[in-house]
Design a protein around this ligand. Structure first.
Ligand code: PGA
Length: 249
C-alpha cells in the first residue's frame, strides 16, 4: 500500500495578512520535500493570499467549510466552484464546531461532501463523539451514524474522501485520545468503509484530530489505521507543525 500520510493544519478563525505570511514562510523554509502530504486550511478571506504564497510549493491549500449548494441566495457561503478558483484542494466538512455552532446535521455534512467532490475538491469529513456520548458508551454508534450519512449520499465515490476522527472532548482541550482509543475508532471506521467500498477502503486516509501536537504525533501516527492528522492549535506554530510533518514521514 503506497498511501502517504496526510497532515492538515486547521487554522480555524485565526491569522491575518502579516501573520499568515510569516507562518507560511517559516513552513516553506524548513519543510523541504516532505514524505507525507501536507495542507493548510485557511479562513476564506485569505484564500487568495495563500494561493499565491503556496504556489508551486509542497503544501496544498484547503478551506474550512464549503456550501452544500452550487450557487444562489445563500448569503455568507462559498461554493465549491469558488474555492476551486483559488486553488483549493481540500475542504473540511462537518467539523464539530460547525455541527455545534451552526447546527450542521449529518445530512448537511453529506451534501457538503457531495458538493466538494463534484468540483474535484477532497472533502475531509469530520466525525467524533462528545464527552457525554463517550461516557454513555455511544462512541461507536455516533461515529458510525455520522459516516453512514456521508456514505449513503456519496457511496459511489467514497474512495475519494478523507475521514477525520476528532473526539469533541479532545479538540482544543489538550486532552488527546490515547493511541489505543483512537485506533479502536479508526478500525471501526475502516471496517465501515470496507463494507461500502471494499477494495478501496484500505486506501482511504483516516486522520486523527484533537490536541495532536509535536509530542504525541509519533505514537498516534504509529497506529495501523491512523494515516495522518488534522491539527488545530499546533498548526499555528511553525516549529510544532513541522515536527508533526516529520513524525508523519
Ligand atoms: P486542536 O484542533 O488540534 O486545536 O485540538 C483540532 C481540530 O479542531 O481540527
Amino acid at each position: 500500500m503506497t498511501k502517504k500520510n496526510l497532515i492538515v493544519g486547521n487554522w480555524k478563525m485565526n491569522g491575518g495578512l502579516q501573520g499568515n505570511q510569516a507562518l507560511v514562510q517559516a513552513l516553506l523554509q524548513a519543510v523541504g520535500q516532505p514524505a507525507c502530504d501536507v495542507a493548510v486550511c485557511a479562513p476564506a478571506p485569505y484564500l487568495a493570499q495563500l494561493q499565491a504564497l503556496l504556489a508551486a510549493s509542497p503544501i496544498a491549500l484547503g478551506a474550512q467549510d464549503v456550501s452544500a449548494h452550487a450557487q444562489g441566495a445563500f448569503t455568507g457561503e462559498q461554493s465549491a466552484a469558488m474555492l476551486k478558483e483559488f486553488g483549493v484542494r481540500y475542504a473540511i466538512v462537518g467539523h464539530s464546531e460547525r455541527r455545534q455552532y451552526h447546527r450542521e446535521t449529518d445530512e448537511t455534512v453529506a451534501a457538503k461532501t457531495a458538493a466538494a467532490l463534484s468540483q474535484g475538491i477532497t472533502p475531509i469529513v469530520c466525525v467524533g463523539e462528545t464527552l457525554a456520548e463517550r461516557e454513555a458508551g455511544q462512541t461507536h454508534d455516533v461515529v458510525k451514524r455520522q459516516l453512514a450519512a456521508v456514505i449513503h449520499v456519496n457511496g459511489h465515490c467514497i474512495s475519494e474522501i478523507v475521514v477525520a476522527y476528532e473526539p469533541v472532548w479532545a479538540i482544543g482541550t489538550g486532552k488527546t485520545a490515547s493511541p489505543e482509543q483512537a485506533q479502536s475508532v479508526h478500525a471501526l471506521l475502516r471496517a465501515q468503509l470496507h463494507h461500502a467500498a471494499s477494495e478501496h477502503a484500505a486506501g482511504i486516509r483516516l486522520l486523527y484530530g484533537g490536541s495532536m501536537n509535536a509530542a504525541n504525533a509519533a505514537e498516534l501516527l504509529a497506529q495501523p489505521d491512523i494515516d495522518g492528522g488534522l491539527i488545530g492549535g499546533a498548526s499555528l506554530k511553525a516549529p510544532d507543525f513541522l515536527q508533526i510533518i516529520s513524525a508523519a514521514a
